[in-house]
Design a protein around this ligand. Structure first.
Ligand code: FES
Length: 154
């Protein structure tokens, strides 16, 4: 069960919308901010609070890549593989990162430091190829820049 303070925060968010279900994305964000990811039980609880079917909440998390439905590493690397980034080498850079981190897309390093994911357009096409690590964008990526960025993360 979600802690009462999170339930209160979700109830406060609900009040900003004309329909309770409109608060679903914000409710999911609150849970993820707190726990790092969203479990099935959390989705069920959010559904109950917002008067939705659990499957509808699940569909939101399945559609938007910004929601983690399993634990991620301390640094969650999300590499855009949409058209602009792909045209400028995203696939090559993804393979490079897989080799560098010794993991495949969707996996987390053994020390729990990095999770590597691919995502759809992050709205930074003009500075492709790009990636997001936690809440920070890194743009105009090259192999050298990626190595430097990852080394800079303690
Ligand atoms: S295609 Fe990569 S940011 Fe838009």
């Amino acid at each position: 069960m979600l802690p009462e303070r999170l339930r209160e925060e979700i109830r406060a968010v609900e009040k900003r919308y004309s329909t309770k279900r409109s608060a679903v994305m914000e409710a999911l964000r609150i849970v993820q901010r707190e726990k790092g990811y969203i479990e099935k039980e959390d989705m069920e609880e959010i559904a109950c609070m917002l008067g939705m079917r659990p499957v509808s909440v699940n569909e939101v998390t399945a559609f938007y890549t910004m929601y983690n439905i399993q634990p991620v590493g301390r640094y969650h690397i999300q590499v855009c593989r949409n058209i602009s980034c792909s045209l400028l080498g995203a696939e090559h850079l993804i393979s490079y990162m897989e080799r560098l981190l010794n993991i495949k897309v969707g996996e987390t390093t053994q020390d729990g430091k990095f999770t590597l994911s691919t995502v759809e357009c992050l709205g930074s096409c003009g500075t492709a190829p790009m990636m997001q690590i936690n809440d920070t964008y890194y743009e105009n990526l090259t192999e050298e820049r990626i190595e430097e960025i990852l080394k800079g993360l303690e």
